[in-house]
Design a protein around this ligand. Structure first.
Ligand code: NI
Length: 139
């Protein structure tokens, strides 16, 4: 483990109170651990924003499978991008709606572009991408 460093931070009392309430609700044992997680998240985000960094991404999309052509468009796009797609999980949410979780791997720029194409596909109601790395620069 690397050396621990203590440092002081000035913050508005109301903001600190809100933060403490939030991290208590989230189950953090103490403020230091919550702040370390924020640091790690920001460092990892900076890692995957570099276009050449290998990242993984999880895209979720929701669509009504009755929408004309949406199934075919999704299947064609995923087959065209098979090398970047590790796995797809399909869940029938209700009579109309489907949820797909698509796990992607590749360069940060490529993963983001493919996710944006999936989310913006005609017939997809909405979607979201979460990206990450192995976090090699955080401890
Ligand atoms: Ni379905």
């Amino acid at each position: 483990m690397s050396d621990l460093v203590r440092f002081g931070v000035s913050v508005d009392a109301g903001l600190l109170e809100s933060f403490d309430k939030l991290i208590d609700k989230m189950g953090y044992a103490n403020r230091s651990e919550a702040i370390r997680d924020l640091f790690r998240e920001r460092v990892i985000r900076q890692e995957w924003e570099a276009p050449e960094t290998e990242v993984f991404g999880v895209v979720y999309i929701v669509y009504d499978h009755h929408t004309m052509g949406v199934h075919q468009r999704l299947t064609e796009l995923q087959h065209a991008s098979y090398a970047a797609i590790i796995s797809t999980l399909h869940v029938h949410i209700d009579h109309y709606n489907c949820l797909e979780l698509i796990v992607l791997k590749g360069g940060g720029k490529d993963v983001r572009e493919l996710a944006e194409r999936l989310i913006s596909l005609k017939g997809v109601k909405y979607g979201r991408l979460n990206m990450g790395t192995t976090g090699t620069s955080v401890h």
